[in-house]
Write a protein that binds this ligand. Sequence first.
Ligand code: F6P
Length: 358
Amino acid sequence: MKKIGILTSGGDCQGLNPAIRGVAKALYDRLGKEVKIYGIRDGYRGLIEGDYDVMKKGDFSGILTLGGTILGTSRQPFKQMKVIGEDGVDKVEAMKNNYKQMDLDCLVILGGNGTHKTANLLSNEGLNVITLPKTIDNDLWGTDITFGFYSALDVATDVIDRLHTTATSHGRIFVVEIMGHKAGWLNLYAGVAGGADVILIPEIPYSMDKITEVIDNRTKDGKVFSIVAVAEGAISLEESKLSKKEFKAAREKMPYSSIAYRVADDIAKATGHEVRVAVPGHIQRGGSPSPYDRVLSTRLGAKAAELICQGTFGCMVGVRNNQVVPVPLSEVAGKLKSVPLDNDVIASARSIGVSFGD
Ligand code: F6P
């Protein structure tokens, strides 16, 4: 009998349920009654507190198209994992004890960057761990793609499409803020897919003068509207020269609720145009997974089951050159996959006149 624990950790995204389903169905297919699956509630919180249940085969049916995660999730900062809080709980020891309590052969962890640091820690502590890469940010090292990304891209693109029609009618400038944390993948793709005129991503610090120039030139060309897609992590040229500490202090003093509002205000002041802001926020993470993500999650989940049966642990199931492969956790943990400056999507966008504000 193989005993497998499964948890989803960090921010949710589309594709978690199809991935859970993929792992479970492939395990039942391979092992029949010789597998017991524990669903651990709310990510590492459930593993720390011993909040888990044995799942039934039927629990994994009917969830392919469901957004979110049937297991619940929570953010448990890696930095805090080794810190014993006021409750006196040693979180790492508690997780190891609960792993032993369930008598697990493997713990399957679905998560993004922070989650992978803790997964690597648990693997180094001797637990058998396999992870699956989830995040709308697509910023996980070691995999070409993460599930959640293409579903969020559909939503973000739809938002920009809708803004286009109203921006055209009113002759307005729209600044739309797209998620992605410190990486620009989602905004780059949504900006290109939605036909944005300016795309600002964290990897390319922007200059307000350049943005103003682009909008002024469009006005001269008779274009009455513009779409500026701003990644939530976008930074200005001036900010890029600050130390981490100085940047943090400057942002704390910033009198705007997020970067899009600052960019919008600066554009309005510099151009005299009417500017509106749209921040779709968590809507980008909500709803049903796209067909692409359903397929990707199923492939990754099925591979995880194969690796479990082979006894290959300490790895993330990633995608490289469209092949689903195990990638050592030690290679993945703590590394951010930013958009490389020589990325061909950036080059293509530039070649059709899109500005990156640089
Ligand atoms: O990592 C996914 C993500 O949606 C990021 O794009 C965003 O910065 C962050 O999570 C938002 O986090 P929370 O759900 O905790 O508000």
